[in-house]
Ligand binder design. Structure first.
Ligand code: SF4
Length: 361
C-alpha cells in the first residue's frame, strides 16, 4: 500500500516535525518560496507540532529597554548603533526604581517574562554584577522569569548572571554567517555563537533568533534555522525588519505578510519544540494576518520593541482570543476581548444622501 504522506508535502512536514525530524534543504526552500504552496495547509501543518508542545497557549513577553543608544557597534538594522542617524532618545542604564516600576506593570499586565535589554557591545564584569543583583531582587519580588539581552559576553559575566538566577540570555544570530558582515562589521557572527555557548556553560537558557528583511536570501534564513536547531535553542524570536529612517539597513522589499508567515512556519518545522516568537515588527509586517502567525508561533512581544512602539496589551489579547488561542497564565480569567468594536472615533456612518436636499423632501 502506498504511503499517503508521500504525496502530501504538508502532511510530510507535519509528521517530520512531530517526530523531531528535520526537513531537508529542498523542503525548507519549498516552505519559503514554493510557488504551489497553499497557505492554509502550510499553517495547519506548522500548527500540529505547535499544538503538540504548547497547546493553544501564547506566552506574552514584555521588553524593557533599560539602556538606549550610545552603542559603539555598527549593526545596520539598529537605531542605537553609532552609525545610525535615527532620532532616538539616548539614555544610560535606568535607575533600579524605574526598572522595578516597569517590572510591576508587566507583572500586572500578565507577562510571564520580563525582558531587559541593554544597548552596547557587552557588559563589563562590574555591570554584570549590578545586573545580577537586580535580577535576583526582581525574581524575589515578582516571580516572573527574567530574560536579559546585554550583548557579547564570556564565562566571567555569564557565571555571575547564572548564579543570580537569570533564566534566559537573549543574543540573536540575526542572519547567516555569510550575510553577517553586510549587516555588522564591529563584531562577528562567531562572537554571537560564543556568547550563546558561554550562557549554556553557565546554566542559562538561551534565546536567539533572527531578523528577516535585511537583504538576505532564503538560504540565509534556512541556515539560521538549522544553526539554532544545532545549538538546541529553546526560544527563537523571529523579527521582521522595522524600517527606521536613519539606519543603514532599511526595507529590502521582501517582506509581505505571506513571507513572514512562511518564515514562522519554517522555524517551527526546523525547531518543533522551541518557543517560536512573533517578535519585532509583527504589527507592521504581518498586518491583518497577525492572528494567522499564532498557528506556527506560540509567543509574542507586547507593548513595543527597543526603539519603536507596538500594539498594547488590550489589542493584542483581543487578537489572541478572537483567533481561539489563550494567553498563557490567564486561562482562568475573563476574556479580554470586548464585544462589538470599531476603530476610529465615530460609530455612526452618516450617509451623504441624508444631507442632500432632494432626499430630505
Ligand atoms: S544591536 Fe546591540 S550591539 Fe548592535 S548596535 Fe544595537 S545595541 Fe549595539
Amino acid at each position: 500500500m502506498s504511503d499517503p504522506y508521500m504525496s502530501d508535502p504538508y502532511a510530510r512536514l507535519a509528521r517530520l516535525a512531530l517526530a523531531d525530524g528535520l526537513p531537508d534543504l529542498a523542503q525548507a526552500h519549498w516552505v519559503l518560496d514554493g510557488k504551489d504552496v497553499e497557505m492554509l495547509p502550510l499553517l495547519d501543518a506548522a500548527f500540529q507540532p505547535r499544538r503538540a508542545h504548547f497547546g493553544r497557549s501564547v506566552s506574552i513577553h514584555v521588553l524593557n529597554n533599560v539602556q538606549n543608544g550610545l552603542c559603539p557597534e555598527d549593526c545596520g538594522y539598529c537605531a542605537q548603533s553609532k552609525v545610525s542617524g535615527a532620532a532616538i532618545r539616548q539614555y544610560k542604564m535606568k535607575s533600579d526604581e524605574e526598572i522595578f516600576e516597569a517590572a510591576e506593570a508587566a507583572a500586572k499586565g500578565g507577562a510571564v517574562r520580563y525582558c531587559m535589554a541593554l544597548s552596547g557591545r557587552g557588559p563589563s564584569v562590574q555591570r554584570a554584577q549590578r545586573l545580577g543583583d537586580l535580577i535576583a531582587r526582581l525574581k524575589a519580588e515578582y516571580g516572573m522569569e527574567i530574560c536579559l539581552s546585554a550583548g557579547i559576553m564570556g564565562d566571567e559575566q555569564a557565571k555571575i548572571l547564572g548564579e543570580a538566577g537569570l533564566d534566559r540570555l537573549n543574543h540573536n544570530l540575526n542572519t547567516s554567517e555569510g550575510h553577517y558582515n553586510k549587516i555588522t562589521t564591529t563584531h562577528t557572527w562567531q562572537d554571537r555563537v560564543d556568547t550563546l555557548a558561554a550562557a549554556r556553560r553557565n546554566g542559562i537558557e538561551t534565546c536567539s533568533g533572527l531578523i528577516i528583511g535585511m537583504g538576505e536570501e532564503s538560504s540565509d534564513i534556512i541556515e539560521v534555522g538549522f544553526k539554532l536547531r544545532e545549538l538546541e535553542t529553546p526560544s527563537i524570536p523571529v523579527n521582521f525588519l522595522i524600517p527606521i529612517e536613519g539606519n543603514p539597513v532599511t526595507e529590502d522589499g521582501s517582506l509581505t505578510p505571506e513571507r513572514c508567515l512562511r518564515a514562522l512556519c519554517l522555524m517551527r518545522f526546523i525547531n518543533p519544540r522551541a518557543e517560536i516568537r512573533m517578535a519585532g515588527g509583527r504589527e507592521g509586517n504581518l498586518r491583518g494576518l497577525q492572528s494567522l502567525g499564532l498557528y506556527p508561533a506560540n509567543s509574542l512581544f507586547v507593548g513595543g520593541y527597543l526603539t519603536t512602539r507596538g500594539d498594547p496589551f488590550a489589542e493584542t489579547y483581543a487578537m489572541i482570543e478572537d483567533a481561539g488561542f489563550e494567553v498563557a497564565g490567564r486561562e482562568d480569567q475573563e476574556r479580554t476581548a470586548p464585544g462589538f468594536r470599531l476603530s476610529g472615533q465615530d460609530a455612526l456612518i452618516r450617509p451623504d444622501v441624508a444631507a442632500s436636499p432632494a432626499s430630505a423632501e
